[in-house]
Ligand binder design. Structure first.
Ligand SMILES: Cc1cc2nc3c(=O)[nH]c(=O)nc-3n(C[C@H](O)[C@H](O)[C@H](O)COP(=O)(O)OP(=O)(O)OC[C@H]3O[C@@H](n4cnc5c(N)ncnc54)[C@H](O)[C@@H]3O)c2cc1C
Length: 377
C-alpha cells in the first residue's frame, strides 16, 4: 500500500468502527439505510473520489479509491455499494455529459449530499441488457419515457438516475441514456425488494408512465446509451471486486480471531491443521483477488483499461468472497450460523456480488470471448 492508501485506510477504519459498525447488524435486520452515514462519508471527501476537483471530486486514482471501497466494505457492503454505484454515475456524467450537465448534477453528488443510481436492468432484460424495452419517444422539447426498471440499487434514496431507454430499433444501437431526476412527473418507485443480503441498501423498481424528460437530459446523443452503460461497468466491475476483497478480509479476520480463543479438545481450534489450511487458503485467495483488483484499477488510471482483466478480477474476487465467507461461518461453527457474530451477514452479502454488474457467468463469457479473439488471430 502507498502512503495515500495507508492514510485512507486509517481514516476510514476509524469512521466505520465509530459510525457504521454500531448500526450494521440492526440496520441489516431492519432494512434501514441511513443517509446521514452516507453524507458523513461525503463530508470526509469520499463522495466523489475519482472525480475531478473542478466539480467537487477528490481527484483520486481508481487504485486509491479501491482501497477506500475495501475498507468501508469491512463493516458494510451496503454503504460501499451505494458509494460505488453513485461514483459510477458520476463518472458517466463526467465522461459523457456536457459542461451544463456536469455543472448541474455533479457537485451535489461529489459532495456526498445526494446519491446517484444506475438503471439498466429490466424484468425481461438482465444479462441480455441490450434487449431492454423501456421506451423514450421523441416529443416536442424532449422525450416521453414509458416502461420499468428492476432491482435498482438506491432507488428511492437517490436523486439522480442514469436511465437507459430505447429511442431506436432493436439491439444495443437503439438505446439512449437519460438523466432522470427524483420527482419528475410520471416517474414513480415500485416495490422495495426483500433481499437475502445488502439489506441496508434499498433496491426498488423504477416506473415510468409518460414521464417527460427534456432534451437537455439526454446524455451525448441518441443511440449512445449502451456504450455509456458498458463503459461504466468497466470500472464498476473491479470496484465490486474491491468491495468483495474488503468483505473477505473482514470474514477472515473474524475467523482467525475466533479460532485463536475458542478451545475444543483442550486446545485453541486454530491449532488444528485442518482449520489452519482453510485459513491459509482464505488468505491466499484474498491476496490474489486484491492484486487483480488493484492491477485493473492501475490500468484504468494509466488510460489502458483492460475489460478482460476487470472481468477476471470481478469473477475471482466475488467467487473468493462467497467461498471465504462460507468458510468463516464453518470455522465459527454453531455461533457462526447465528446473528451473535457477523459472519452469517457476510455470507449473505457475498452472494449477490456474484450476480450484480454482470453475473459471474457473464464475466466468463467476456473472458472466453477474448480468449477466442486472441487465439483466432
Ligand atoms: C441486489 C441487487 C442490486 C442490483 N442493482 C442494480 C442496479 O443498481 N442497476 C441495474 O441496472 N441492475 C441492478 N441489478 C440487476 C443485476 O444487474 C441483474 O440481476 C443481473 O445483471 C442478472 O440479470 P437477471 O437477474 O435478469 O438474471 P438472468 O440474466 O435471467 O440470468 C439468470 C441466470 O442465467 C445465467 N445466464 C444468462 N445469460 C447467460 C449466458 N449467456 N451464458 C451463461 N449463463 C447465462 C446467469 O448468469 C444467471 O445465472 C441488481 C440486482 C440485485 C439482485
Amino acid at each position: 500500500m502507498n502512503e495515500t492508501q495507508l492514510e485512507i485506510q486509517k481514516v476510514l477504519e476509524r469512521f466505520r468502527l465509530e459510525q457504521i459498525e454500531p448500526y450494521a447488524e440492526d440496520d441489516d435486520r431492519d432494512e434501514k439505510f441511513r443517509i446521514e452515514i452516507y453524507r458523513a462519508l461525503g463530508a470526509l471527501g469520499f463522495g466523489g473520489m475519482t472525480l475531478p476537483e473542478e466539480f467537487g471530486g477528490a481527484g483520486m486514482s481508481y487504485e486509491d479509491a479501491c482501497s477506500a471501497f475495501e475498507e468501508i466494505a469491512k463493516s458494510s457492503v451496503a454503504y460501499a455499494v451505494t458509494l460505488s454505484v453513485s461514483t459510477m454515475v458520476q463518472s458517466i456524467l463526467n465522461n459523457f455529459g456536457n459542461q451544463k450537465q456536469k455543472e448541474k448534477y455533479l457537485p451535489a453528488l461529489t459532495s456526498g449530499q445526494e446519491i446517484g443510481a444506475f438503471a439498466l436492468s429490466e424484468s425481461s432484460a438482465g444479462s441480455d441488457a441490450s434487449s431492454l424495452k423501456t421506451t423514450a419517444k421523441k416529443v416536442d422539447g424532449g422525450y416521453m419515457l414509458n416502461g420499468s426498471k428492476c432491482w435498482i440499487s438506491s432507488a428511492g434514496v437517490a436523486k439522480t438516475y442514469i436511465v437507459m431507454a430505447r429511442t431506436g430499433g432493436e439491439g444495443s444501437k437503439g438505446v439512449s441514456a437519460f438523466i432522470v431526476e427524483d420527482g419528475m412527473k410520471g416517474f414513480e418507485y415500485g416495490k422495495k425488494e426483500r433481499k437475502m443480503g445488502w439489506r441496508a441498501s434499498p433496491t426498488r423498481e423504477l416506473l415510468f408512465q409518460n414521464c417527460f424528460v427534456p432534451d437537455e437530459n439526454l446524455l451525448k446523443e441518441e443511440g449512445f446509451g449502451f456504450k455509456v452503460a458498458m463503459s461504466a461497468l468497466d470500472s464498476g466491475r473491479f470496484t465490486i471486486g474491491a468491495i468483495a476483497v474488503g468483505l473477505s478480509q473482514r470474514a477472515l479476520d473474524e475467523a482467525v480471531k475466533y479460532s485463536l480463543t475458542r478451545e475444543q479438545f483442550k486446545q485453541p481450534i486454530f491449532d488444528f491443521q485442518g482449520l489452519q489450511f482453510m485459513m491459509a487458503d482464505m488468505a491466499t485467495e484474498i491476496a490474489a483477488s486484491r492484486l487483480m483488483v488493484m492491477q485493473s484499477a492501475k490500468n484504468l488510471d494509466a488510460g489502458a483499461s483492460d475489460g478482460t482483466l476487470a472481468a477476471m478480477a470481478k469473477l475471482k474476487s466475488t467467487d473468493t468472497a462467497m467461498k471465504v465467507t462460507t468458510d468463516a461461518v464453518q470455522i465459527l461453527g454453531g455461533v457462526g450460523y447465528t446473528q451473535e457474530y457477523p459472519v452469517e451477514r457476510f455470507m449473505r452479502d457475498a452472494k449477490v456480488l456474484q450476480i450484480v454488474e454482470g453475473t459471474n457467468q457473464i464475466q466468463r463469457v467476456v473472458i472466453a470471448r477474448s480468449l477466442k479473439k486472441n487465439y483466432e488471430s
